[in-house]
Structures are given as C-alpha cells and as structure tokens.
Ligand binder design. Structure first.
Ligand code: NAD
Length: 477
C-alpha cells in the first residue's frame, strides 16, 4: 500500500497516523494511506510559512509568474491521470474529474497572469507638493480549509491567488479526498518555491483545522464547506482579528416560466440537479415552475431523470457516479423519506442501488411546498424538489425565500422576466437559460445571505482577500 506524506517546510514528513482513501464506486479499492498531521506538525507548518513570508512577499512578480505557470502547465498536461484519481476518490464521473483538473490548471494560468497585473495608483495629494501612492501588499500567511466535493479546483482557486499575491500557504484538504490534494501539492513542491511558502497538512478538522483557525501565525483563513463549520471558524477567527472568507452551502432555485424553451429547461434542471451526483454547492435543488408548463416540464424531467445511468465513476457509460460516502448516502435517503412524509410525491428515483459502492438513483420529488424541510435545508446529493407557482411574481418570491443565496437560475424566453430576475434574485450568481451550476474561472464566484461571508473568490476580485491596501504619501517639494 502506498503511503503519502505531508509537505512541511519544503520536506515530505511522515504522519502521526494514516487514513485509508477509499473509492466510493468500489469500497474494496483503497487508493492509498494518507498521513494525518498532528497538532504539532500543523504548528510547524505555520511556523515555516511565517519564516518564509517576508522573503516571498518580496520575491518579485517574475518568480511568482514562473511558479504558477509551471503548476498550471503540469496540471493541464496530466489532466487525464489526475482526473481519474479524482473520480476514483470522490465519485464524480471520469469526464467531470478530467474537467475539474483542467479547470485547476486554467486557474493557475490565470493567476500567473495576475502576478503581472498587480495594479496600484499614483494620485496627486490634496495638499500641494505631495503625492499619494496606493499599492497592494500580501496579507501574510493564509490557512486554507477545503471540502471534499471539488478536491482540486477549490484548493486551486485558493492557493493560486494566495501565491500570486505574495502570501504563504498552509493547506488542509478534506479528510475524504486527500489524493487530489496530495497530487497538487506534489506538483507545487516541484515548482521552485522557497521552502515554507507552501505547506500541505492533511488531517481532521478537529485537530489540524482547529490548529489553523486558532493560530496567531495565520493572518487569513479561506474556508469552503458547510454552514456550521464556517460559522464556528468565523467566530474563532474574528475573536483574534484574522481576515476570513467563507463559502458555504446553497439551496439554489431554478425558476421555469411558462414561456421557457422546454428542452433547455429540462436540460438545465437535469444537469444542475443531478450531475456530479448533486454534490455541488451550486446544484439546482429547488425547481420552481409556473403552472402553465408545470405538468409538461415534470413529465419530461421525470423521463430524462429515470434514464440517467448511475454507476462506477470510471466507467465510460456512467452519467451519475456514487455518493461520496455512507454517511452522505444515509443522509440523502433520510431527506427523501422526510420529503414524502411531509407530503411530497416521489416522482422517480430515490432508491438505493446494488453495487460495490454508495449508489442511489437521482430523486425527483414533486408536489412540494416552500415550507417543507426539503425546500429549506441543503441535501448535497442527487435530490431535487418541484414547487408549483402561479406566475413569475410568486416564483421570484419563493426563489428568494431562503436563508442561502449562492446561485439562482431562470429559464424563460422573456427579456423582461430575465432582466427582472437578474436584478432581483437574492444570489451572488444568476443564470439565464443555464444550470445554476457551472461557472467560469476568470470571474468572481460567491454568494450572499447564509452562503458566503467576506470578499469574493476567483478572477481579479480574489485580490480583495489576498491583499491589503497601503496608502503612501510623499513630500516631493
Ligand atoms: P465540512 O464543513 O464538514 O468540512 C469542510 C472542511 O472543514 C473540511 O476540510 C473539514 O475537515 C474542515 N473542518 C471540519 N470541522 C472543522 C473545525 N472545527 N475547524 C476547522 N476545520 C474544520 O464540509 P464538507 O462536508 O467537506 O463539504 C460540504 C459542504 O461544503 C456543503 O455544505 C457545500 O455546500 C459546501 N460547499 C460550498 C461551496 C461554495 O463555494 N459555496 C463549494 C463546495 C462545497
């Protein structure tokens, strides 16, 4: 059995203990044993990052460009191999895994470019004989804590801007998917960065995550994961004045209006709700449908959903892979049962399937109302519910009646409704005639209300979190 170590202060370090990385498509397949860092090792990584911070902050933009460009090139060149590893450990299909690795590569390439666009302004002063300069400086050492559902893209969209803007990194991936994180760290370790600039510490949230959150040596925390963990981190980090950015859950609405193109609407719902096994924070979990198209839409979506091929993530014919683990599978099934108990109709799916992994058929639940649990809590699985509404006005009200606000979609051929929805949907991202999931890498990503806290990730906006502004005055005469 292969063993994979942590990367601390420029060296691969044995763990205090190891966990097995299990393939959710076939639980007999163990991918490897991954080191679990102790609290002391996490603290050693934080110290190493602090020791490297001054030098890296002054490293110059060419060195940063070269390192990020190298990492991006490697990811793109190895996207098939690493995409398979990703599918094997997380359960999304091989095509989705390869797509995610390619995206991680593109993100590193984008932020390589960002190193050459640091910005800055020179302004006249309001006082004669003086000038003012605005520059951006690194924040320092950033702790990154990531979830299991995008094991390489989410780490990439945190690590790349952090390094581009001159910060050092202590990265803790999710316990369920250390393989992709380790492979990314292995590439970063060969990118020519000074020791201590990048550190990988695999392990539990309770030990390694807690050490990062509570360390005075961490200047900023970028977290993606569930709401309870995010709120806990925010309280602890705020108490010691650390900068924090949180990306959390979603309960994303897809509105389908009477005038929608039916094929587009069904495709958006199918992709948004069920692809990647519904394990996306941007998944379309609430389908809000006006009464004129409701029955037609439900019939077509039900037929398409029932045809989806669920199976081993690495098999070519598979469209929907397994759920990530037993705990998540049990939770999904409980949500389906509860939805039916509260009055919903199971239109199709929602059954456990035979196999060597954690398989269920995608569940479509109709006849639901906005107050039901299924329309209020994030399931994070292949489960979507339909709410029938009278008209656009009610659809918008139901869409916004939610504690989350990550992504919101509308299917319509009306410019008037599309425009109104873009303006009034209470979400960080709005999609017109597109699934709520599926975003570009060069523009900001994030939500509002209970979904996010702090400044946006990705694109040029990422610099808001990874830099701090300095205003310098000079007397010139
Ligand atoms: P999680 O909150 O259980 O874990 C996320 C990370 O936090 C893991 O690395 C975990 O080890 C760590 N952690 C757990 N407890 C901790 C603690 N006390 N202190 C420090 N770290 C701790 O979430 P998950 O189950 O891995 O991921 C699923 C969730 O992530 C869903 O709610 C989903 O919506 C969300 N998510 C959000 C986005 C987004 O951008 N909005 C993207 C992907 C996933």
């Amino acid at each position: 059995m292969d063993k994979f170590y942590n990367y601390i202060d420029g060296a691969w370090v044995e763990g205090e203990s190891y966990t097995e990385n299990i393939n959710p498509s076939n639980t007999a397949d163990v991918i490897g044993e991954y080191a679990q860092a102790s609290r002391e090792q996490a603290e050693a990584a934080i110290s190493a990052a602090n020791a490297a911070a001054h030098g890296w902050a002054r490293s110059g933009i060419q060195a940063r460009f070269d390192a990020l460009d190298y990492i991006g090139t490697q990811l793109l060149a190895r996207k098939e191999e690493l995409g398979e590893l990703l599918s094997r450990e997380e359960g999304k299909t091989r095509a989705e895994g390869i797509g995610e690795v390619a995206r991680a590569g593109q993100i590193f390439k984008f932020f390589a470019g960002e190193t050459l666009r640091p910005g800055g302004e020179a302004l006249p002063s309001t006082r004669p004989g003086m000038g003012v300069e605005l520059t951006r400086e690194p924040v320092g050492v950033i702790g990154m804590i990531t979830p299991w559902n995008f094991p390489i893209a989410i780490p990439a969209w945190k690590i790349a801007p952090a390094l581009a803007h001159g910060n050092c990194v202590v990265f803790k991936p999710a316990g369920l998917v250390p393989g992709s994180a380790w492979a990314l760290a292995d590439i970063i370790a060969q990118a020519g960065l000074p020791k201590g600039v990048f550190n990988l510490v695999m392990g539990s949230g309770r030990v390694v995550g807690d050490a990062i959150v509570n360390s005075e040596g961490i200047d900023g925390i970028s977290f993606t994961g569930s709401v309870p963990t995010g709120r806990d981190i925010l309280a602890k980090a705020a108490a010691r004045g650390a900068k924090v950015q949180l990306e959390m859950g979603g309960k994303n609405p897809l509105v389908v209006l009477d005038d929608a193109n039916l094929d587009i609407a069904v495709d958006c719902a199918l992709q948004g709700a069920f692809f990647s096994t519904g394990q996306r924070c941007t998944a379309s979990s609430r389908l809000i449908v006006t009464e004129g198209i409701h029955d037609q839409f439900v019939a077509a979506l039900r037929e398409a959903t029932a045809k989806l091929r669920v199976g081993d993530a690495l098999k070519g014919e598979t469209q929907i892979g397994p759920v990530v683990d037993k705990g998540q599978l049990d939770s999904n099934m409980r949500y389906v049962e509860q939805a039916v108990a509260e009055g919903g109709t199971l239109a199709c799916g929602g059954e456990l399937l035979d196999g060597d992994g954690f398989y269920m058929s995608p569940a479509l639940i109709t006849n639901t109302t906005p107050d039901m649990t299924i329309n209020r809590e994030e399931v994070f699985g292949p489960v979507a519910s339909v709410v029938k509404v009278k008209d656009y006005k009610e659809a918008l009200r139901v869409a916004n009646d939610c504690e989350f606000g990550l992504s919101a979609g509308i299917c319509t051929t009306s410019l008037e409704y599309a425009t109104d929805f873009k303006r009034n949907a209470e979400a960080g991202m709005v999609m017109v005639n597109l699934p709520t999931a599926g975003v570009d890498y060069h523009v900001p990503f994030g939500g509002r209300k209970g979904s996010s806290y702090g400044s946006r990730e990705q694109g040029a906006y990422a610099r808001e979190f990874y830099t701090t502004v300095k205003t310098a005055y000079t007397r010139s005469a």
